[in-house]
Ligand binder design. Structure first.
Ligand code: ATP
Ligand code: MG
Length: 664
């Protein structure tokens, strides 16, 4: 069973005497160690799958891991295995233990947009930048495990005091809504574990072996969760690469790798050096770039997958030209190599870059899927529908109440809503509960009250049915009852209305599948959705389409052919990072990007770019100069390198042949 692993990988899989850390560069088979170790624990060490938890960075990674493990062994023996993100594990713990901290098990999970709305209400401002800054400061406090009380106590300035008060008010609001935000999904379980021996014991008993992927990106709270769960026995395997730590802005702390060694003196550290992903030239480029960062741990990385083609570096005139070049190169390459669209990925630093490339791909009729951008579940139309479901799952979810009661419009006016809000605030109850209170009913006219009453009755009915009836059919019925399609066409232009309605139908299809395959009720499905919103959307594994993704979201993944676009100063490295002295983190991001490529890598940058309507001359990224000259081929003005035509004769011929084939 272990024959597909090299010696150090095998050692990591077999090691069961205590905590184990695999520290190794990209593509060296760290994730593979985790997958194989799960199988090993069950098949060889005779552990019950229910006692094993593997923690990945995204839901997508979790799904892939689950599939890989299933292909290694009898799926029947995998029953009860936990493969999830920190957040979904936290959610599971919290749903079971909610009552200890004043929450009901059916609490809602707010996404970042909902959280921002609460903050902007508390601040009484619409200044987006201010709201965003405040949200992220509160988030950092949470990730550093500072409670609102602690923040109030330790506030050293007027500004800090203000922030602490806001943090307090924000938490109170969440509790009133019976809602938590993403950070709470980790923070609250850790608080629970620290507060109650009994709860901790229970979970330690249940999850006896932990495996953690991408551990360089854990933050202090996540680290604490691992530490508490594994207790003194320290039965865990963590794998990571300090050179791929790219989430400092979310509170991730590489120091955790060092802390591990401190907190677990018996920690067994295993290094892997063979890369099984990329051809030598790509690897040399990656190694050369990252060599410019100070080293936390010494690592070497080699592969024997052949030397490969030189990494291509191309200067485009501007961003549109860049997008066209990518499409051209991609099609020519595909025609020559006989590959599929899904063998290609376009990676970029920031989401705004996606739009331009999307337009070009669409014009060229190249199929693509986008991940890591706005998730499917964050689209307005999906959130509209979700609001009803959230409210059915948790009637205290006031943000969901407001959205559902006003979308579509059903004759409940702002004045009525304000009155309802004031009443609920005074009585410390939810908006939903207030609808049924005599005190409120007397405050409004019967014709104002009627639509509210109808709405609340509708939700009551939904609550009742959503626990037992088939999810897909019920959702379909709900849409018909609220007249959502008609409303879309009444309020939008036909084209966007059509797209939105199609998205809603896709959503119904997805819900139906979840209901049928996993036997989940509508309520259970909606309780899990919030987590899918975090980094990715739908399952897209099998479609033959080019992958578009941000560098951050590409972590852990691999693609045969990669285009890394927009390698310019102020984009990669990002302007904010240059200012904030965070270029090392950007370099790691570049390293992550390069090491996603298996067989070929093309890097592009623009000579100029439109910024706020003005053309600006741009500079090639400093990271490009760090690439070893003998491994690259440059077309453009990168200093010192000899220049090549943008499209080679060979590519021209391939493109022409491709065109002829299409026409004929
Ligand atoms: P990253 O740092 O990017 O997350 P990783 O260290 O987790 O990379 P994996 O994704 O586990 O690396 O492995 C990279 C590729 O190499 C995968 O396609 C994997 O199947 C393959 N691989 C790993 N180990 C071996 C091995 N011993 N023999 C053959 N192929 C391997
Ligand atoms: Mg990995």
């Amino acid at each position: 069973m272990l024959h597909t692993l090299n010696a150090p990988q095998q050692a990591a899989v077999r090691y069961l005497d205590g905590p184990c850390l695999v520290l190794a560069g990209a593509g060296s088979g760290k994730t593979r160690v985790i997958t194989q170790k799960i199988a090993y624990l069950i098949e060889q060490a005779q552990m019950d799958a229910r006692n094993i938890a593997a923690i990945t960075f995204t839901n997508k990674a979790a799904r892939e891991m689950q599939e890989r493990v299933a292909s290694l062994m009898d799926p029947g023996r995998l029953r009860g295995l936990t493969v999830s993100t920190f957040h979904s594990l936290g959610m599971r713990i919290l749903r079971e233990e909610a009552r200890h901290i004043g929450y009901k098990p059916q609490f809602s999970i707010l996404d970042s947009a909902d959280a921002a709305k609460i903050i902007s209400d508390l601040l009484a401002t619409t200044d987006k930048a201010l709201v965003r800054a405040t949200v992220s400061r509160i988030s950092l406090l949470k990730n550093d495990r500072v409670s609102p009380d602690a923040a109030l106590h330790s506030a050293a300035s007027e500004g800090e005091l203000h922030l602490a008060r806001l943090y307090r008010a924000y938490q109170d609001t969440l509790l009133a809504y019976q809602a938590v935000d993403f950070d709470d999904l980790i923070r609250l379980p850790v608080d629970l574990f620290e507060a109650g021996e009994e709860v901790l014991r229970k979970w330690q008993q249940r999850l006896r072996y932990l495996l953690i992927d991408e551990c360089q990106d854990t933050n202090a709270t996540q680290y604490q969760m691992v530490k508490l769960l594994t207790g003194v026995s320290g039965q865990f395997t963590a794998v990571g690469d300090d050179d791929q730590s790219i989430y400092a802005w979310r509170g991730a702390d590489m120091e955790n790798l060092r802390l591990l060694q401190q907190d677990f003196p018996r920690l067994k550290v295993i290094k892997l050096e063979q890369n099984y992903r990329s051809v030598a030239r790509i690897l040399k480029c990656a190694n050369a770039v990252i060599a410019n960062n100070p080293k936390l741990f010494e690592k070497t990385l080699w592969s024997d997958l052949g030397i490969g083609d030189p990494v291509q570096i191309i200067e485009a005139k501007n961003e549109e030209h860049e997008a066209e070049l990518v499409c051209m190169k991609l099609q020519a390459h595909k025609f020559e190599a006989g590959t599929g669209f899904k063998d290609y990925a376009v990676l970029y630093r920031s989401n705004f870059q996606a739009r331009i490339i999307e337009t070009a791909l669409r014009t060229q009729r190249i199929p693509y899927v986008i991940s890591g951008g706005q998730s499917f579940f964050e689209r307005a139309e999906i959130k509209d529908v979700l609001a009803y479901l959230r409210l059915a799952a948790n009637e205290n979810d006031d943000p969901a109440f407001i959205r559902a009661v006003t979308t579509p419009k059903r004759g409940v006016g702002n004045v009525t809503l304000e009155r309802l809000g004031a009443y609920a605030a005074e009585r410390h109850c939810s908006l939903f509960a207030a609808v049924f209170e005599e005190g409120f009913i007397h405050q409004v006219q019967p014709q104002q009250y009627e639509p509210l009453k109808v709405f609340a009755g509708f939700i009551n009915n939904l609550q009742y049915r959503a626990r037992t009836e088939p999810a897909g059919a019920l959702l379909q019925e709900l849409l018909a009852a609220i007249g959502y399609e008609t409303w879309l066409y009444d309020t939008e232009e036909p084209r966007p209305a059509e797209t939105k309605w199609k998205n809603v139908q896709d959503f119904v299809g997805w819900v139906d599948k979840q209901g049928q395959e996993k036997g989940r009720s509508l309520i259970e499905i909606v309780q899990n959705i919030a987590l899918i919103t975090m980094l990715e959307g739908r399952d897209e594994a099998e479609v033959d389409a080019v992958r578009l993704t941000t560098l951050h979201a590409s972590k852990g993944l691999e693609y045969p052919h990669v285009f890394l676009i927009g390698c310019e100063e102020d984009i990669l490295p990002h302007a904010n990072s240059i200012e904030g002295n965070m270029v090392e983190e950007e370099r790691r991001l570049m390293y992550v990007g390069i090491t996603r490529a298996q067989r070929s890598l093309t890097i592009t940058y623009c000579g100029k770019r439109k910024r706020a309507g003005e053309w600006q001359i741009t500079q090639p990224s400093r990271f490009l100069r760090e690439l070893p000259a003998e491994e690259i081929r440059v077309s453009g003005r990168l200093a010192g390198a000899k220049s090549e035509p943008l499209v080679t004769k060979q590519e021209g011929r391939a493109m022409l042949a491709g065109l002829m084939a299409k026409l004929g």
